[in-house]
Design a protein around this ligand. Sequence first.
Ligand code: FES
Ligand code: FES
Length: 214
Amino acid sequence: MSRKPEDRTLDPSRLIPTVAVSRRSMLQAIGVSGTAAVLGGGLASAAVAATAPQPHVQTEPGAQSLRLKINGTAMTLQVDPRTTLLDALRERVQLTGTKKGCDHGQCGACTVHVNGRRVNSCLSFALMHEGDEVTTIEGLGAPGRLHPVQAAFVEHDAYQCGYCTSGQIMSAVALAKEPCGASDADVKEAMSGNICRCGAYSNILAAIQQTRKA
Ligand code: FES
Ligand code: FES
């Protein structure tokens, strides 16, 4: 039986407290939540899946209402008109699996799906997406039921630090629905908007080609 999406309007009681973060705790958080969100396993995505994303209350003057469906859940946010889709996802909905690298369209770390197509979420304002369906890495798979592309990345060890990996996976998933040729060169060209500073390209390519040939 299909479930009617829940409309999550802002609730002041859900304000998130500000906490002091040490370098050690921050690194621990990156190490755990970054990899977990990317691969659909571990604490971050598990927590997201368990509690569903909670919009962060926006109290700034001039904030405007925005309705989105994020990972299948309808929600209403109040956002400053200057807020990018990337910042709305990370800072208002706490979906931090989507990464901010360059913040100006050059690295692909922020790749998400909007209405089924991949976009650099740092390049568009959140308010441009009224009524859109957004999928982030947290909506792709979960512990025990990884998306085939996530599973292939694990199998081929297609990451090192993992910072680019959620963007790589979101692009690779979208690529399956795009008119891309079968050769390695075709895939490299189609994935050229996703930069990996660790240079895990050969393993990334192997993972993608495995899922395309499956
Ligand atoms: S953070 Fe968006 S392309 Fe680099
Ligand atoms: S795995 Fe480190 S940037 Fe790609």
